[in-house]
Design a protein around this ligand. Structure first.
Ligand SMILES: Cc1cc2nc3c(=O)[nH]c(=O)nc-3n(C[C@H](O)[C@H](O)[C@H](O)COP(=O)(O)OP(=O)(O)OC[C@H]3O[C@@H](n4cnc5c(N)ncnc54)[C@H](O)[C@@H]3O)c2cc1C
Length: 488
Protein backbone atom coordinates (compact mmCIF):
# COMPACT_ATOMS: atom_id res chain seq x y z
CA UNK A 1 0.00 0.00 0.00
CA UNK A 2 2.79 2.42 0.92
CA UNK A 3 5.51 1.05 -1.39
CA UNK A 4 5.59 4.18 -3.57
CA UNK A 5 6.28 6.62 -0.75
CA UNK A 6 8.37 4.49 1.58
CA UNK A 7 11.40 6.22 3.09
CA UNK A 8 14.44 4.61 4.63
CA UNK A 9 14.26 4.19 8.40
CA UNK A 10 16.04 6.90 10.42
CA UNK A 11 18.67 5.87 12.91
CA UNK A 12 16.48 7.37 15.61
CA UNK A 13 13.50 5.12 14.79
CA UNK A 14 12.59 2.55 17.41
CA UNK A 15 13.90 -0.97 16.80
CA UNK A 16 10.42 -2.47 17.12
CA UNK A 17 9.53 -1.03 13.71
CA UNK A 18 11.34 -4.03 12.21
CA UNK A 19 9.07 -6.37 14.21
CA UNK A 20 6.08 -4.39 12.99
CA UNK A 21 7.25 -4.68 9.41
CA UNK A 22 7.63 -8.44 9.88
CA UNK A 23 3.91 -8.54 10.79
CA UNK A 24 2.37 -6.36 8.09
CA UNK A 25 5.03 -6.60 5.39
CA UNK A 26 6.97 -3.86 3.63
CA UNK A 27 3.91 -2.54 1.80
CA UNK A 28 1.81 -2.46 4.97
CA UNK A 29 4.00 -0.09 6.97
CA UNK A 30 4.95 3.50 6.38
CA UNK A 31 7.24 5.77 8.32
CA UNK A 32 7.30 8.35 5.52
CA UNK A 33 6.86 11.87 6.83
CA UNK A 34 4.05 12.57 4.37
CA UNK A 35 2.00 9.62 5.66
CA UNK A 36 2.70 10.38 9.30
CA UNK A 37 1.52 13.93 8.67
CA UNK A 38 -1.62 12.80 6.84
CA UNK A 39 -2.59 10.47 9.70
CA UNK A 40 -1.88 13.07 12.39
CA UNK A 41 -5.43 14.37 12.09
CA UNK A 42 -8.99 13.38 11.33
CA UNK A 43 -11.86 15.63 10.16
CA UNK A 44 -12.25 17.37 13.52
CA UNK A 45 -12.73 21.10 12.78
CA UNK A 46 -10.36 22.01 15.63
CA UNK A 47 -7.71 19.84 13.96
CA UNK A 48 -8.37 21.67 10.68
CA UNK A 49 -7.98 25.07 12.37
CA UNK A 50 -4.63 23.92 13.75
CA UNK A 51 -3.41 22.45 10.47
CA UNK A 52 -4.27 25.60 8.53
CA UNK A 53 -2.11 27.53 11.00
CA UNK A 54 0.71 25.02 10.66
CA UNK A 55 0.43 23.79 14.28
CA UNK A 56 -0.96 20.23 14.31
CA UNK A 57 -3.31 19.36 17.18
CA UNK A 58 -1.76 15.99 18.03
CA UNK A 59 1.63 14.33 17.80
CA UNK A 60 3.08 12.89 14.62
CA UNK A 61 2.61 9.12 14.75
CA UNK A 62 5.74 6.98 14.58
CA UNK A 63 4.31 4.87 11.76
CA UNK A 64 1.16 3.85 9.92
CA UNK A 65 0.41 0.13 9.75
CA UNK A 66 -2.23 -1.43 7.51
CA UNK A 67 -2.94 -4.98 8.66
CA UNK A 68 -4.68 -7.42 6.33
CA UNK A 69 -6.04 -9.88 8.87
CA UNK A 70 -7.34 -10.14 12.40
CA UNK A 71 -4.22 -12.12 13.26
CA UNK A 72 -2.02 -9.22 12.16
CA UNK A 73 -4.05 -6.84 14.36
CA UNK A 74 -3.52 -9.23 17.29
CA UNK A 75 0.24 -9.39 16.66
CA UNK A 76 0.44 -5.59 16.52
CA UNK A 77 -1.23 -5.37 19.93
CA UNK A 78 1.21 -7.96 21.27
CA UNK A 79 4.08 -5.76 20.08
CA UNK A 80 2.44 -2.66 21.54
CA UNK A 81 2.27 -4.32 24.96
CA UNK A 82 5.83 -5.54 24.71
CA UNK A 83 7.28 -2.21 23.57
CA UNK A 84 4.83 0.28 25.06
CA UNK A 85 3.63 2.09 21.96
CA UNK A 86 0.04 3.22 21.53
CA UNK A 87 -2.23 1.80 18.81
CA UNK A 88 -4.94 4.02 17.34
CA UNK A 89 -7.48 2.39 15.05
CA UNK A 90 -8.14 4.48 11.95
CA UNK A 91 -11.12 3.77 9.70
CA UNK A 92 -11.30 6.59 7.18
CA UNK A 93 -10.49 9.50 9.49
CA UNK A 94 -13.88 11.19 9.10
CA UNK A 95 -14.41 11.50 12.85
CA UNK A 96 -15.08 15.04 14.06
CA UNK A 97 -14.27 14.82 17.78
CA UNK A 98 -10.53 14.02 17.68
CA UNK A 99 -11.04 10.28 18.24
CA UNK A 100 -8.19 9.29 15.91
CA UNK A 101 -5.72 12.01 16.89
CA UNK A 102 -2.33 10.46 17.73
CA UNK A 103 -0.62 10.81 21.08
CA UNK A 104 3.09 10.41 21.75
CA UNK A 105 4.63 7.15 20.47
CA UNK A 106 1.66 6.02 18.37
CA UNK A 107 1.21 3.55 15.56
CA UNK A 108 -1.85 4.39 13.49
CA UNK A 109 -3.71 1.21 12.59
CA UNK A 110 -5.36 1.89 9.24
CA UNK A 111 -8.03 -0.77 8.79
CA UNK A 112 -8.87 -0.20 5.13
CA UNK A 113 -7.22 -3.42 3.98
CA UNK A 114 -9.67 -5.33 6.17
CA UNK A 115 -12.37 -4.64 3.62
CA UNK A 116 -13.90 -7.95 2.54
CA UNK A 117 -17.65 -8.50 2.17
CA UNK A 118 -17.73 -11.79 4.08
CA UNK A 119 -21.30 -13.04 3.68
CA UNK A 120 -24.79 -12.04 2.64
CA UNK A 121 -27.26 -14.22 4.55
CA UNK A 122 -30.52 -13.55 2.73
CA UNK A 123 -32.52 -16.05 4.78
CA UNK A 124 -31.80 -14.30 8.05
CA UNK A 125 -31.40 -10.76 6.71
CA UNK A 126 -27.79 -10.41 7.87
CA UNK A 127 -24.62 -9.13 6.20
CA UNK A 128 -21.14 -9.83 7.52
CA UNK A 129 -18.43 -7.40 6.54
CA UNK A 130 -14.90 -6.60 7.62
CA UNK A 131 -14.63 -3.39 9.61
CA UNK A 132 -12.48 -1.40 7.19
CA UNK A 133 -14.94 -1.49 4.30
CA UNK A 134 -15.96 1.91 2.97
CA UNK A 135 -19.58 2.69 3.91
CA UNK A 136 -20.81 3.67 0.45
CA UNK A 137 -19.21 0.58 -1.07
CA UNK A 138 -20.91 -1.63 1.49
CA UNK A 139 -24.29 -0.04 0.74
CA UNK A 140 -23.74 -0.37 -3.03
CA UNK A 141 -22.93 -4.07 -2.70
CA UNK A 142 -26.11 -4.59 -0.70
CA UNK A 143 -28.22 -2.53 -3.14
CA UNK A 144 -26.97 -4.68 -6.02
CA UNK A 145 -28.64 -7.63 -4.29
CA UNK A 146 -31.87 -5.75 -3.43
CA UNK A 147 -30.91 -5.01 0.20
CA UNK A 148 -30.00 -1.92 2.19
CA UNK A 149 -28.14 -1.45 5.43
CA UNK A 150 -30.40 1.48 6.40
CA UNK A 151 -27.40 3.45 7.73
CA UNK A 152 -26.69 6.53 5.62
CA UNK A 153 -24.53 9.05 7.50
CA UNK A 154 -23.69 12.23 5.60
CA UNK A 155 -20.12 10.89 5.65
CA UNK A 156 -21.08 7.52 4.09
CA UNK A 157 -18.56 7.98 1.25
CA UNK A 158 -15.67 8.85 3.57
CA UNK A 159 -16.22 6.52 6.54
CA UNK A 160 -15.93 2.80 7.29
CA UNK A 161 -18.43 0.34 8.65
CA UNK A 162 -16.18 -0.25 11.68
CA UNK A 163 -15.92 3.50 12.28
CA UNK A 164 -19.73 3.73 12.32
CA UNK A 165 -19.89 1.18 15.12
CA UNK A 166 -16.87 2.50 17.03
CA UNK A 167 -18.50 5.96 17.24
CA UNK A 168 -22.08 4.72 17.79
CA UNK A 169 -23.13 6.68 14.72
CA UNK A 170 -26.50 7.58 13.21
CA UNK A 171 -27.61 7.72 9.61
CA UNK A 172 -30.20 9.90 7.93
CA UNK A 173 -32.78 7.09 8.10
CA UNK A 174 -32.39 6.51 11.83
CA UNK A 175 -36.02 7.27 12.63
CA UNK A 176 -36.96 4.09 10.74
CA UNK A 177 -33.94 1.79 11.01
CA UNK A 178 -32.38 3.02 14.25
CA UNK A 179 -28.78 3.95 15.03
CA UNK A 180 -25.85 1.65 14.33
CA UNK A 181 -26.24 0.02 17.76
CA UNK A 182 -29.67 -1.18 16.60
CA UNK A 183 -28.08 -2.81 13.55
CA UNK A 184 -24.95 -4.55 14.86
CA UNK A 185 -26.12 -8.06 15.68
CA UNK A 186 -22.68 -9.62 16.14
CA UNK A 187 -19.01 -8.77 15.80
CA UNK A 188 -15.42 -9.90 16.07
CA UNK A 189 -12.85 -7.79 17.87
CA UNK A 190 -9.25 -7.91 19.03
CA UNK A 191 -8.77 -6.92 22.66
CA UNK A 192 -5.83 -4.72 23.68
CA UNK A 193 -3.94 -7.80 24.94
CA UNK A 194 -4.16 -9.36 21.48
CA UNK A 195 -6.92 -11.88 22.24
CA UNK A 196 -9.79 -12.24 19.78
CA UNK A 197 -13.39 -12.13 20.89
CA UNK A 198 -16.51 -13.06 18.97
CA UNK A 199 -20.00 -11.89 19.84
CA UNK A 200 -22.09 -14.33 17.83
CA UNK A 201 -24.86 -12.82 15.67
CA UNK A 202 -28.07 -14.09 17.24
CA UNK A 203 -31.62 -12.70 17.55
CA UNK A 204 -31.47 -11.35 21.11
CA UNK A 205 -30.17 -13.18 24.15
CA UNK A 206 -30.40 -13.22 27.94
CA UNK A 207 -26.89 -14.18 28.90
CA UNK A 208 -25.58 -11.34 30.99
CA UNK A 209 -24.70 -7.81 29.94
CA UNK A 210 -24.13 -7.46 26.20
CA UNK A 211 -20.41 -7.76 25.46
CA UNK A 212 -21.05 -6.18 22.05
CA UNK A 213 -21.27 -2.82 23.78
CA UNK A 214 -17.69 -3.09 25.00
CA UNK A 215 -16.85 -2.18 21.40
CA UNK A 216 -19.85 -0.35 19.93
CA UNK A 217 -19.23 3.23 21.03
CA UNK A 218 -15.83 2.53 22.65
CA UNK A 219 -14.01 4.44 19.88
CA UNK A 220 -11.14 1.97 19.86
CA UNK A 221 -10.31 2.39 23.55
CA UNK A 222 -11.10 -1.25 24.36
CA UNK A 223 -9.68 -2.86 21.22
CA UNK A 224 -10.38 -3.06 17.52
CA UNK A 225 -13.52 -4.24 15.78
CA UNK A 226 -12.40 -6.40 12.87
CA UNK A 227 -15.70 -7.75 11.54
CA UNK A 228 -19.37 -7.05 12.02
CA UNK A 229 -22.64 -8.76 11.24
CA UNK A 230 -25.37 -6.23 10.58
CA UNK A 231 -29.13 -6.52 10.35
CA UNK A 232 -30.12 -5.53 6.79
CA UNK A 233 -33.40 -4.69 5.10
CA UNK A 234 -35.11 -5.21 1.76
CA UNK A 235 -34.83 -2.08 -0.38
CA UNK A 236 -38.10 -0.14 0.05
CA UNK A 237 -40.79 -0.56 -2.61
CA UNK A 238 -41.59 3.16 -2.46
CA UNK A 239 -40.43 6.42 -0.98
CA UNK A 240 -43.10 9.05 -0.32
CA UNK A 241 -41.75 12.53 0.53
CA UNK A 242 -43.79 15.13 2.39
CA UNK A 243 -42.79 18.78 2.70
CA UNK A 244 -44.50 20.66 5.52
CA UNK A 245 -44.63 24.29 6.62
CA UNK A 246 -45.28 24.69 10.35
CA UNK A 247 -46.28 27.93 12.07
CA UNK A 248 -43.65 27.44 14.80
CA UNK A 249 -41.10 25.02 16.23
CA UNK A 250 -43.43 24.26 19.15
CA UNK A 251 -46.11 23.06 16.72
CA UNK A 252 -43.58 20.99 14.77
CA UNK A 253 -42.01 19.38 17.87
CA UNK A 254 -45.51 18.41 19.05
CA UNK A 255 -46.36 16.88 15.67
CA UNK A 256 -43.14 14.85 15.48
CA UNK A 257 -43.54 13.64 19.04
CA UNK A 258 -47.13 12.58 18.38
CA UNK A 259 -46.06 10.85 15.14
CA UNK A 260 -43.33 8.82 16.84
CA UNK A 261 -45.49 7.99 19.84
CA UNK A 262 -48.23 6.82 17.43
CA UNK A 263 -45.66 4.30 16.13
CA UNK A 264 -45.43 5.93 12.70
CA UNK A 265 -41.89 5.56 11.41
CA UNK A 266 -40.75 7.83 8.59
CA UNK A 267 -37.44 6.88 7.00
CA UNK A 268 -36.43 10.52 7.08
CA UNK A 269 -37.60 13.19 9.52
CA UNK A 270 -35.88 16.56 9.28
CA UNK A 271 -37.10 19.63 11.10
CA UNK A 272 -35.26 22.93 10.63
CA UNK A 273 -35.29 26.05 12.80
CA UNK A 274 -36.30 29.32 11.13
CA UNK A 275 -32.71 30.17 10.18
CA UNK A 276 -32.08 26.87 8.42
CA UNK A 277 -35.65 26.77 7.02
CA UNK A 278 -35.19 30.15 5.39
CA UNK A 279 -31.96 29.02 3.72
CA UNK A 280 -33.94 26.19 2.09
CA UNK A 281 -37.30 27.87 1.34
CA UNK A 282 -36.48 31.61 1.09
CA UNK A 283 -39.81 32.20 2.83
CA UNK A 284 -41.70 31.42 -0.37
CA UNK A 285 -45.12 29.81 -0.80
CA UNK A 286 -46.58 28.47 2.45
CA UNK A 287 -43.33 29.37 4.24
CA UNK A 288 -44.21 33.08 4.06
CA UNK A 289 -46.71 32.54 6.88
CA UNK A 290 -45.48 29.23 8.25
CA UNK A 291 -41.69 29.66 8.46
CA UNK A 292 -40.67 26.27 9.85
CA UNK A 293 -39.71 23.56 7.34
CA UNK A 294 -40.10 19.86 7.99
CA UNK A 295 -39.28 17.11 5.50
CA UNK A 296 -40.60 13.59 6.03
CA UNK A 297 -40.14 10.52 3.86
CA UNK A 298 -42.25 7.40 4.28
CA UNK A 299 -40.92 4.20 2.75
CA UNK A 300 -41.26 0.43 2.66
CA UNK A 301 -44.22 -1.53 1.36
CA UNK A 302 -46.34 0.78 -0.79
CA UNK A 303 -49.62 0.20 1.05
CA UNK A 304 -48.07 0.66 4.47
CA UNK A 305 -46.13 3.80 3.51
CA UNK A 306 -49.32 5.34 2.13
CA UNK A 307 -51.17 4.77 5.42
CA UNK A 308 -48.25 6.06 7.51
CA UNK A 309 -48.05 9.18 5.40
CA UNK A 310 -51.81 9.80 5.62
CA UNK A 311 -51.93 9.39 9.40
CA UNK A 312 -48.91 11.66 9.82
CA UNK A 313 -50.41 14.33 7.58
CA UNK A 314 -53.48 14.36 9.84
CA UNK A 315 -51.28 14.86 12.92
CA UNK A 316 -49.28 17.63 11.26
CA UNK A 317 -52.30 19.48 9.86
CA UNK A 318 -53.92 19.37 13.31
CA UNK A 319 -50.75 21.15 14.53
CA UNK A 320 -51.25 23.93 11.98
CA UNK A 321 -48.94 22.60 9.24
CA UNK A 322 -49.54 23.31 5.58
CA UNK A 323 -48.57 20.56 3.15
CA UNK A 324 -46.45 22.14 0.42
CA UNK A 325 -46.97 20.95 -3.15
CA UNK A 326 -43.47 22.18 -4.00
CA UNK A 327 -41.01 19.36 -3.28
CA UNK A 328 -37.91 21.48 -4.01
CA UNK A 329 -36.59 21.45 -0.41
CA UNK A 330 -36.80 17.65 -0.40
CA UNK A 331 -35.16 17.35 -3.82
CA UNK A 332 -32.36 19.69 -2.78
CA UNK A 333 -31.75 17.67 0.37
CA UNK A 334 -31.74 14.41 -1.63
CA UNK A 335 -29.19 15.77 -4.08
CA UNK A 336 -26.84 17.16 -1.45
CA UNK A 337 -27.34 14.67 1.38
CA UNK A 338 -23.76 13.34 1.28
CA UNK A 339 -22.02 16.65 0.67
CA UNK A 340 -20.37 18.70 3.42
CA UNK A 341 -20.22 22.48 3.15
CA UNK A 342 -17.85 23.01 6.08
CA UNK A 343 -14.55 22.83 4.11
CA UNK A 344 -15.66 25.75 1.96
CA UNK A 345 -15.88 27.99 5.05
CA UNK A 346 -12.91 26.46 6.82
CA UNK A 347 -10.74 27.16 3.78
CA UNK A 348 -11.70 30.83 4.15
CA UNK A 349 -10.50 30.75 7.77
CA UNK A 350 -13.94 30.75 9.35
CA UNK A 351 -14.25 28.87 12.63
CA UNK A 352 -17.08 26.50 11.81
CA UNK A 353 -18.20 23.44 13.74
CA UNK A 354 -21.24 21.29 14.44
CA UNK A 355 -22.42 20.02 17.80
CA UNK A 356 -25.03 17.30 18.19
CA UNK A 357 -26.73 16.60 21.49
CA UNK A 358 -29.82 14.74 22.51
CA UNK A 359 -32.67 15.56 24.85
CA UNK A 360 -36.19 14.57 25.76
CA UNK A 361 -39.06 16.35 23.97
CA UNK A 362 -39.87 18.30 27.13
CA UNK A 363 -36.31 19.69 27.23
CA UNK A 364 -35.93 20.61 23.55
CA UNK A 365 -37.38 24.15 23.66
CA UNK A 366 -34.99 25.15 26.47
CA UNK A 367 -32.04 23.33 24.89
CA UNK A 368 -32.61 25.23 21.70
CA UNK A 369 -33.29 28.66 23.19
CA UNK A 370 -30.65 28.69 25.91
CA UNK A 371 -27.82 27.29 23.82
CA UNK A 372 -28.74 29.55 20.90
CA UNK A 373 -28.80 32.65 23.11
CA UNK A 374 -25.51 31.73 24.81
CA UNK A 375 -23.76 31.27 21.48
CA UNK A 376 -25.25 34.31 19.77
CA UNK A 377 -24.00 36.60 22.50
CA UNK A 378 -20.42 35.49 21.81
CA UNK A 379 -20.08 37.48 18.59
CA UNK A 380 -22.43 39.77 16.59
CA UNK A 381 -21.66 37.89 13.35
CA UNK A 382 -21.93 34.30 14.54
CA UNK A 383 -24.19 31.98 12.53
CA UNK A 384 -26.26 29.60 14.64
CA UNK A 385 -28.59 27.18 12.82
CA UNK A 386 -30.25 24.06 14.14
CA UNK A 387 -32.09 21.01 12.88
CA UNK A 388 -33.57 17.89 14.42
CA UNK A 389 -33.11 14.91 12.10
CA UNK A 390 -33.12 11.87 14.41
CA UNK A 391 -36.41 11.58 16.26
CA UNK A 392 -37.59 9.01 18.78
CA UNK A 393 -40.73 8.48 20.85
CA UNK A 394 -38.98 10.05 23.85
CA UNK A 395 -36.98 12.88 22.26
CA UNK A 396 -34.66 13.93 19.47
CA UNK A 397 -31.14 14.83 18.46
CA UNK A 398 -30.49 18.58 18.26
CA UNK A 399 -27.85 19.26 15.59
CA UNK A 400 -26.36 22.73 15.74
CA UNK A 401 -24.16 24.43 13.16
CA UNK A 402 -22.03 27.26 14.46
CA UNK A 403 -20.01 29.47 12.17
CA UNK A 404 -17.79 32.18 13.58
CA UNK A 405 -16.56 34.80 11.12
CA UNK A 406 -12.99 35.05 9.83
CA UNK A 407 -10.91 35.84 12.91
CA UNK A 408 -7.33 35.88 14.12
CA UNK A 409 -6.37 32.46 15.43
CA UNK A 410 -6.11 33.47 19.06
CA UNK A 411 -9.59 35.00 19.13
CA UNK A 412 -11.15 32.35 16.90
CA UNK A 413 -9.82 29.48 19.00
CA UNK A 414 -10.91 31.17 22.21
CA UNK A 415 -14.46 31.72 20.94
CA UNK A 416 -14.61 28.23 19.45
CA UNK A 417 -13.66 26.74 22.84
CA UNK A 418 -16.31 28.92 24.47
CA UNK A 419 -18.96 27.70 21.99
CA UNK A 420 -18.27 24.10 23.04
CA UNK A 421 -18.15 24.97 26.73
CA UNK A 422 -21.49 26.75 26.59
CA UNK A 423 -23.30 24.21 24.42
CA UNK A 424 -22.13 21.18 26.40
CA UNK A 425 -22.60 22.59 29.87
CA UNK A 426 -26.10 23.96 29.16
CA UNK A 427 -26.97 20.58 27.66
CA UNK A 428 -25.91 18.78 30.86
CA UNK A 429 -27.68 21.35 33.04
CA UNK A 430 -30.92 20.66 31.16
CA UNK A 431 -30.56 16.88 31.43
CA UNK A 432 -29.49 16.16 27.85
CA UNK A 433 -26.68 13.97 26.57
CA UNK A 434 -23.52 15.63 25.25
CA UNK A 435 -23.45 13.50 22.07
CA UNK A 436 -25.99 11.74 19.87
CA UNK A 437 -23.73 10.26 17.18
CA UNK A 438 -20.33 11.91 16.72
CA UNK A 439 -18.94 10.38 19.90
CA UNK A 440 -16.50 11.71 22.48
CA UNK A 441 -12.98 11.40 21.13
CA UNK A 442 -10.78 13.69 23.16
CA UNK A 443 -12.75 16.82 22.34
CA UNK A 444 -15.57 15.99 24.73
CA UNK A 445 -13.32 14.76 27.57
CA UNK A 446 -14.12 17.77 29.80
CA UNK A 447 -17.83 16.92 29.96
CA UNK A 448 -17.68 13.13 30.37
CA UNK A 449 -17.81 13.24 34.18
CA UNK A 450 -20.96 15.37 33.95
CA UNK A 451 -22.40 12.91 31.44
CA UNK A 452 -21.60 9.64 33.24
CA UNK A 453 -21.05 10.59 36.89
CA UNK A 454 -19.69 7.54 38.73
CA UNK A 455 -20.07 5.68 35.44
CA UNK A 456 -16.81 7.30 34.34
CA UNK A 457 -14.98 5.40 37.12
CA UNK A 458 -16.67 2.16 36.03
CA UNK A 459 -15.52 2.80 32.47
CA UNK A 460 -11.97 3.46 33.68
CA UNK A 461 -11.95 0.19 35.65
CA UNK A 462 -13.13 -1.73 32.58
CA UNK A 463 -10.37 -0.05 30.58
CA UNK A 464 -7.73 -0.83 33.22
CA UNK A 465 -8.80 -4.49 33.31
CA UNK A 466 -8.77 -4.96 29.54
CA UNK A 467 -5.86 -2.67 28.72
CA UNK A 468 -3.50 -2.47 31.72
CA UNK A 469 -0.69 -0.98 29.59
CA UNK A 470 -3.05 1.61 28.15
CA UNK A 471 -2.10 0.91 24.55
CA UNK A 472 -5.49 1.07 22.79
CA UNK A 473 -6.40 4.63 21.79
CA UNK A 474 -5.37 6.13 25.14
CA UNK A 475 -6.77 9.37 26.50
CA UNK A 476 -10.07 9.28 24.61
CA UNK A 477 -13.52 9.03 26.30
CA UNK A 478 -11.90 10.95 29.20
CA UNK A 479 -9.99 7.78 30.10
CA UNK A 480 -6.57 8.10 31.70
CA UNK A 481 -4.01 9.50 29.24
CA UNK A 482 -0.69 7.79 28.83
CA UNK A 483 2.00 8.58 31.33
CA UNK A 484 5.60 8.85 30.30
CA UNK A 485 6.38 5.45 31.77
CA UNK A 486 3.63 3.87 29.62
CA UNK A 487 5.83 4.55 26.65
CA UNK A 488 8.00 1.51 27.17
C1 LIG B 1 -18.89 15.79 6.61
C2 LIG B 1 -19.12 14.82 7.72
C3 LIG B 1 -20.39 14.33 7.94
C4 LIG B 1 -20.63 13.42 8.97
N1 LIG B 1 -21.89 12.91 9.13
C5 LIG B 1 -22.14 11.99 10.07
C6 LIG B 1 -23.44 11.42 10.20
O1 LIG B 1 -24.37 11.74 9.46
N2 LIG B 1 -23.62 10.50 11.17
C7 LIG B 1 -22.61 10.09 11.99
O2 LIG B 1 -22.84 9.23 12.84
N3 LIG B 1 -21.37 10.63 11.90
C8 LIG B 1 -21.11 11.55 10.96
N4 LIG B 1 -19.85 12.09 10.84
C9 LIG B 1 -18.79 11.67 11.76
C10 LIG B 1 -17.96 10.45 11.24
O3 LIG B 1 -18.07 10.32 9.86
C11 LIG B 1 -18.43 9.20 11.89
O4 LIG B 1 -18.13 9.25 13.24
C12 LIG B 1 -17.87 7.90 11.30
O5 LIG B 1 -18.58 6.84 11.87
C13 LIG B 1 -16.39 7.69 11.54
O6 LIG B 1 -15.97 6.61 10.71
P1 LIG B 1 -14.47 6.48 10.23
O7 LIG B 1 -14.36 5.13 9.60
O8 LIG B 1 -14.07 7.62 9.40
O9 LIG B 1 -13.71 6.48 11.62
P2 LIG B 1 -12.40 7.28 12.05
O10 LIG B 1 -12.62 8.73 11.97
O11 LIG B 1 -11.23 6.71 11.37
O12 LIG B 1 -12.34 6.85 13.60
C14 LIG B 1 -13.28 7.34 14.52
C15 LIG B 1 -13.03 6.70 15.88
O13 LIG B 1 -13.34 5.31 15.84
C16 LIG B 1 -12.18 4.52 16.09
N5 LIG B 1 -12.26 3.40 15.16
C17 LIG B 1 -12.38 3.44 13.81
N6 LIG B 1 -12.51 2.20 13.31
C18 LIG B 1 -12.47 1.36 14.36
C19 LIG B 1 -12.55 -0.06 14.49
N7 LIG B 1 -12.71 -0.87 13.45
N8 LIG B 1 -12.47 -0.60 15.73
C20 LIG B 1 -12.33 0.19 16.82
N9 LIG B 1 -12.25 1.54 16.75
C21 LIG B 1 -12.32 2.10 15.54
C22 LIG B 1 -11.00 5.44 15.89
O14 LIG B 1 -9.90 5.08 16.69
C23 LIG B 1 -11.59 6.77 16.33
O15 LIG B 1 -11.57 6.86 17.73
C24 LIG B 1 -19.58 13.01 9.82
C25 LIG B 1 -18.29 13.51 9.59
C26 LIG B 1 -18.05 14.40 8.55
C27 LIG B 1 -16.67 14.90 8.32
Amino acid sequence: MFAEVQCARDDGDPAWLDDLKAVVGESGLSTAFVDRLAYARDRTPLATFHVRSGKPLGQLPVAVATPQSESEVAQIFALANAHGFAVIPYGAGSGVVAGAIPVENTVMLDLKRLNRFVELDEVNGLATVQAGMNGARFEALLNARGWTCGHYPQSIRMSTVGGWAACRGAGQASSRYGKIEDMVVGLRAVLPNGESLEVRPLPRRAVGPGLRDLFVGAEGTLGVITEMTLRIWREPEVRRPLVLAFPSLDHAWSALREMMQAELRPEVARLYDETESHERTHGEGPFARNPVLCILVFSGKAALAEVEERLTREICVAQGAVVSDNLAPYEHWLKSRFISYSPRYQAKRHFMDTIEITGRWSALPQLYQRIGAAIRELHPDVFFGTHWSHVYPEGACQYMTIRLPILEDEEGLRLHAEVWQRAQSICLELGGSISHHHGVGQLRNPWMRGELGAGQDVLQRVKDALDPRNVSNPGKLALRPRETNDNG
